[in-house]
Write a protein that binds this ligand. Sequence first.
Ligand code: FAD
Ligand code: AMP
Length: 478
Amino acid sequence: MAKQYDVVVIGAGPAGYVAAIRCAQLGLKTACVDQWLGADNQPVLGGTCLNVGCIPSKALLESSGRFEEINHTFADHGITASGVQLDLAKMMARKAKVVGDLTQGIKGLFKANGIDWHQGRGKLLPKLQVQVIAHDGQSETILEAKNVILAPGSSSVEIGAAPLQDGVIVDSSGALEFSEVPKRLGVIGAGVIGLELGSVWRRLGAEVVLLEAQESFLGAADEQIAKDALRQFKRQGLDIRLGARVVSCETGKDGIVVQYQDSKGDHSETVDKLIVAVGRRPNTEGLAADEVGLLLDEWGLIHVDEHCRTNQPSVYAIGDAVRGPMLAHKGSEEGVMVAEVIAGQKAEVSYDTIPSVIYTHPEIAWAGVTEQALKAAGTDYRVGTFPFAASGRARAAGDSAGMVKVLADATTDRVLGVHIIGAHCSELIAQAVIAMEMGASSEDLALTIFAHPTLSEALHEAALAVDGRAIHIPNKKG
Ligand code: FAD
Ligand code: AMP
């Protein structure tokens, strides 16, 4: 007989596993189906984020950041280090351990919450049945659910111009596994993932060239911040070429010859490794039987309303497989919301204040709207900026690049957007998100006491600058 559940979740990434945990907390009998196999070919929870995304990339950013610091900035502090060596195998093993510990942690949470983990490929059948095909490809289990949550996540987009080649032309997962530092590394796509992975390998010693088809840089970010970021990344040695569309690649004895076009014509670039980081697409092929009639859009994203309901009753979809930014915390919040909706509670996601972060150095983080979006919408706004160069704490750290920018409604003074480039701003942005979530005005931030000396004071000063009364910079008149 088929196993019966209140909720069956397909996918155990940060959207699906969080949804499953919240469902179980709310007393719903819950199962989660996942098909991920780890490096040792064993089933493992956590999806893209824990296994080949957020966590391993941040582990390598952290390690490579320390390598860069000891080589380049320790001397400024009067510390000389000699004989510094890179043990890449150890760095990779550390990353693998971080990932392993965290994925084991999810396994423990599933156990503690009484969630059944079904290992294999899930498919939604009519009448809220879920078929699970085990990893052997043979055994089939049928689960019956009162509700189904689809959280299948996404995979790297592949392009005909650069077909993947094991260990040579790689996607983001392959770029987390190089066994030696490439001498010359190409990256197709200067988006978030291309910049983070390009930064890791540059810090470890590679010459890195990024080829980006768009003429603009980081189009989703505030233009002023993106401009500053481009300048700083170029200064670090990242060779970022905008308006450069890769059209073909050929592997020869000297490496990979990458052909690309820009406004000036055809060019080629020879590299010894190439990362393809041109975006991600939802894993929705074959996810639901045709008879279910699950509605997808032209990109393969599952169509959902603001509560993540699909076009089928009692079927929900969350995370990278639905509209909105492909971010782990966005998927997790959708998971919590859907669990609570299923349990009969009132719940929603604050889509307007989802923070975006790029974990380069300096980091880039923002929440809310950009200045260019306010201009395009004709909104009357005021802006306050504050450079980290004027922050005592940033100076003491010897890490004072970047700025904070606060955008506030000119009439109501409500904070509409906060944009930061600078050290640790992945942490600082949370303060802006809390303020915006509470409907704070720039004056509320200005009236709040921030500890001295902290990087957070730059947010305070930027809020003061909205009203022309920052203390540690001259204010613009008028
Ligand atoms: P996923 O994490 O992709 O998980 C989906 C799971 O479902 C997978 O285990 C998959 O195998 C499984 N699955 C799919 N179909 C089926 C099926 N039919 N049956 C059974 N199982 C199935 N986001 C951030 O917020 N911060 C970051 O710093 C960040 N860094 C990133 C770095 C890299 C290199 C990459 C690639 C991504 C990064 N992301 C980051 C994005 C983040 O990883 C995703 O937004 C997040 O993983 C999406 O969560 P999800 O649960 O929707 O899907
Ligand atoms: P993101 O969407 O942040 O993952 O970034 C992916 C980037 O890859 C986008 O900025 C695209 O413009 C870029 N891109 C896509 N195809 C190509 C290509 N053939 N050559 C160069 N850049 C590309």
